[in-house]
Ligand binder design. Structure first.
Ligand code: SAH
Length: 398
């Protein structure tokens, strides 16, 4: 019925093709479209859903590229979802004999809670939603919210799940910290609402953000709540989910690369190191009050790394408190501004130089302050963007 000619001898391959034609046997001659009576497509296998991609044999590499794109877009849960429909098919047909009604049903199932539960790997809950939908018919579609970490700025640091969420969003509520490069990957016709907050001057209150999420989800939209870095690290993601849970709105969470991890990587600072640091802490230095409640004695221990978020305004205080509680004045510090972005700037100094750096260094938010022995490694291990400035060089220039 079917033959594949894959020898390295083109005469043999041509002969196979000719014999095949004579005997009505389908033949594929590998990489020779003219001799082939069928072509083997590239496939994306989410069985029972299978997507075949073919360039008719003229551009297999391009077909493979398209396959890779689809692989990343169509996640594994599509297989489970298709399987679920397979199991329910006859019941669905019986419940919705009218074709138009049946189509409405499927629309709702693939875009709504059934698919959402499958993505969240909750098969029982997905069955439950399916049953409810089959028994009660199409009710107004409930939307859901995906809380997505956008990472520190470099769009390459988005996860595949984040990309999928962005490409399927109807509405995107994003923070100011989310880079334009990341936003440009979102679905073109998604409505974008900036709810950015400046340190100090709150642009949109938290209550208003909650209200927007609720309104759009209740209107049946796929809402993406997009936050810089990771949504659960100093991102108020917890509060937003508590609010959604209270109001019965379904949600998912896509983690992102948090600033400490990204800034460490992009500045050449391993946050832990066998020789220099056995632990890492992520600490907020947001304002006077939070600075007072920190456990400075613990933070002043040697051989550990502390990543201070939101520390620009408190730079001088950070240095003073740590030294005051016993950390060596010469402890290395790296200040990473705009980590992972083209304009990234790294400044290397010591704890005792922080106060001067705060006055004269022109440090701007967003910046992450990494304190600990490992910070010195940036001098040797930096690889991204401009070379680090050192405090000594800055002072000499002044
Ligand atoms: N959820 C975010 C943090 C929000 S708090 C995360 O996980 O990264 C905002 C603080 O994060 C900023 O004040 C700054 O300290 C830090 N930050 C965020 N993006 C940054 C970047 N690209 N470079 C340096 N610091 C960054």
């Amino acid at each position: 019925m079917l033959a594949v000619a894959a020898t390295s001898d083109s005469a043999v391959n041509a002969h196979v093709a000719a014999v095949g034609r004579e005997r009505n046997v389908l033949v594929n001659v590998v990489d020779v479209a003219e001799l082939s009576s069928f072509i083997v497509p590239a496939i994306v296998d989410r069985s029972p859903l299978v997507i075949a991609i073919s360039s008719g044999g003229v551009a297999p590499v391009l077909a493979r590229l398209v396959r890779e794109r689809l692989e990343s877009l169509i996640d594994e849960s599509y297989g489970s979802l298709t399987g679920l429909f397979e199991r329910w098919r006859s019941r669905i047909k019986a419940a919705f004999p009218d074709v138009a009604a049946r189509r409405r049903f499927y629309e709702q199932a693939v875009r709504g809670l059934v698919a959402q539960r499958v993505r969240a790997r909750q098969p029982e809950s997905a069955e439950h939603e399916m049953r409810a939908l089959v028994e009660c018919g199409a009710t107004p579609r409930a939307g859901s919210v995906i809380l997505v970490g956008a990472g520190p700025g470099d769009p390459g640091l988005l996860t595949l799940n984040a990309l999928r969420a962005l490409q399927q969003a109807d509405v995107i509520l994003h923070d100011r910290l989310v880079s334009e490069d990341v936003l440009s990957l979102a679905r073109r016709d998604a409505e974008r609402i900036s709810v950015g907050k400046m340190a100090g001057g709150h642009a949109v209150g938290q209550g208003r953000i909650h209200k927007l999420m609720l309104e759009h989800a209740r209107a049946g939209r796929n809402v993406v709540r997009l936050k810089g870095g990771d949504p659960f690290i100093f991102g108020r993601g917890g509060e937003e989910l508590e609010f959604l849970a209270e109001h019965g709105i379904a949600f998912e969470v896509v983690p992102g690369i948090t600033a400490a991890v990204a800034c460490g990587a992009y500045a050449g600072i391993p946050l832990t190191h066998r020789d220099h640091s056995q632990s890492v802490r992520l600490v907020t230095a947001h304002c006077g009050e939070s600075l007072d409640t920190l456990d400075w004695l613990a933070l002043a221990q040697e051989r550990q790394t502390t990543a201070f978020y939101m520390g620009v305004a408190g730079l001088a205080t950070l240095g003073e408190r740590l030294i005051g509680h016993g950390r060596a004045a010469a402890t290395p510090v790296a200040v990473v501004e705009n980590g992972s972005r083209p304009e990234q700037r790294v400044t290397l100094c010591t704890l005792e130089a922080l106060a001067d750096l705060a006055r004269t260094g022109g440090i701007r938010s967003p910046a992450l302050v990494i304190v600990g022995e490992v910070a010195a490694l940036a001098a040797r291990l930096h690889w991204f963007g401009a070379s680090p400035r050192t405090w000594d060089a800055l002072r000499a220039a002044a």
